[in-house]
Design a protein around this ligand. Sequence first.
Ligand code: AMP
Length: 283
Amino acid sequence: MKQLHILTSPAEVHAAFAHARASGQTIGFVPTMGALHAGHIALVARARDENDVCIASIFVNPKQFAPTEDLATYPRTEDVDCAMLAAAGCDYVFMPTPEMLYPAGFATLVHVGGPSAGLESDFRPHFFDGVATVVAKLLCTVLPTRAYFGEKDYQQLCVIQHLVRDLALPIEVIGCPTVREADGLAMSSRNRYLSPNERKTATQIYAHMRHVAEKLRSGEMPQTVLPHATTTLENHGFTVDYFALRATDTLAEISTDIPITTPARLLVAARLGTTRLIDNIAI
Ligand code: AMP
């Protein structure tokens, strides 16, 4: 097993990569909030395979949680995470404290427009500014050749692609497919909040997305299919924040009164008890 080096400050990251950068080695980077699962490890495996050096970060970013959200209780499993990263062949993990990443006087907030509008922002208005701020800081600290993000958080992936393009950061953003449990539930650190009954019900999200996707692909009208899908999930006990259809790249709204003619994405956010689940699928 490779040795995993733990870095805790931006200065340590710079020092660790000075040699790799000077000698033209490629650096693959996977930012995470920890509580790692096979979805995260798939990103790490790809970063490891496609680059000379691989680094992950673990940072539960206070800026992307509202006061009412689960910052205090977000699962923290750093010892297990580090063992998983080492087993996956990751070279470095960057684990800063909030004070290290946001020292006293930190006064920058990064706002990305475009794909951040609607969907998650309608329910978590603070969220993407927090994500864009921390990802910008992490990318500028690590300066990787390639950064890997999951399609599981599809709107977030679009926002980060936009951020990197707008700021002309010399980094390739790579979107990776969603890793699912055997029954289809998208893996998520928050799945561990689900009770056994909720865990069974949670599979309905992917089942219904696939069902709706097939109907849309076969030419059914979004405006008839989507409200029905929402009602079906609600009948299973979900509170549905959105069950929406958007253009694949821009996440712009698309006509729902004609069959789909352009690449589209179906995106869902639904709550089961106190757990909020999100998922999406290509049409
Ligand atoms: P998180 O720790 O939840 O902030 O996620 C860190 C990264 O892992 C993000 O780019 C996520 O999109 C990605 N990710 C989380 N869950 C999955 C999954 N089931 N499949 C693929 N990528 C994932």
